[in-house]
Design a protein around this ligand. Structure first.
Ligand SMILES: CC(C)(COP(=O)(O)OP(=O)(O)OC[C@H]1O[C@@H](n2cnc3c(N)ncnc32)[C@H](O)[C@@H]1OP(=O)(O)O)[C@@H](O)C(=O)NCCC(=O)NCCS
Length: 194
């Protein structure tokens, strides 16, 4: 069973079906739509379906996925953060999305650092990468603070958006086997978080 994670200010637990209303807010946040994509999810029912198919099933299959991030002191749901294995990338990648009210406080950084530690220490995944839209500067800055570095652009599907691939700083500049170039035929859309 996947553990809950705890940081100085946050609690992270795997998403559950009851998180559909919160996920609906995340998916329709203007910055999420701009930088990650419009999932076309407009109702709680649709969010529940999206959650089940795109987030809960991968978590059950792979043993990892997206966590709900809550502020420990208040119990408020602030965002999602976790790991995703896409067909189009060899490496597991990191994703995060926070509601606007919970940005600019270092929560995303704190949650993502805990997820990277969980990947390495609990899951035995030594290399986690991240992809982000070319103009998503907040995300890029966060990734750099986490110790990742821009390596190159990738497309998750032929003709898709050129996304920035960030890899662990120690690997940056060396195109290893875990860092494919254009990855064709991947089912997830460009920039998808989970
Ligand atoms: C990307 C995203 C998660 C970044 O969120 P964020 O809140 O900017 O990220 P951080 O947690 O790193 O917070 C950094 C800010 O908190 C501030 N901060 C305040 N208190 C802090 C603390 N105790 N510790 C660290 N930083 C703190 C920092 O100074 C920084 O502010 P600044 O940008 O004004 O300098 C957020 O913009 C988002 O959800 N966007 C929409 C979805 C998205 O694009 N996801 C990424 C897809 S790849």
């Amino acid at each position: 069973m996947t553990p809950a994670l705890r940081t100085a200010r946050l609690e992270l637990r795997p998403l559950t079906p009851g998180d559909a209303p919160f996920l609906l807010r995340i998916l329709n946040d203007p910055d999420f739509v701009r930088f990650v994509g419009d999932r076309g999810v407009r109702t709680v029912e649709q969010a529940g379906e999206y959650l089940r198919e795109r987030m809960l099933e991968p978590f059950a299959r792979d043993g990892y996925g997206q966590f709900l991030v809550r502020v420990a002191a208040t119990g408020e749901a602030a965002g999602t953060c976790g790991l995703l294995k896409r067909d189009a990338l060899d490496d597991v990648d990191l994703g995060f999305a926070f509601l606007p009210a919970f940005r600019g406080r270092g929560y995303a950084r704190e949650a993502a650092a805990a997820v990277l530690e969980h990947a390495r220490d609990d899951l035995g995944i030594p290399r986690v990468v991240a992809i982000t839209a070319p103009d998503n500067d907040r995300s890029a800055r966060l990734l750099e603070q986490l110790g990742l570095r821009f390596e190159r652009t990738v497309q998750l599907e032929p003709g898709g958006t050129a996304l920035r691939l960030f890899v662990p700083a120690a690997d940056a500049g060396s195109a290893g086997p875990g860092a494919p170039g254009t990855a064709a035929g991947g089912s997830p859309r460009a920039g998808e978080l989970g």
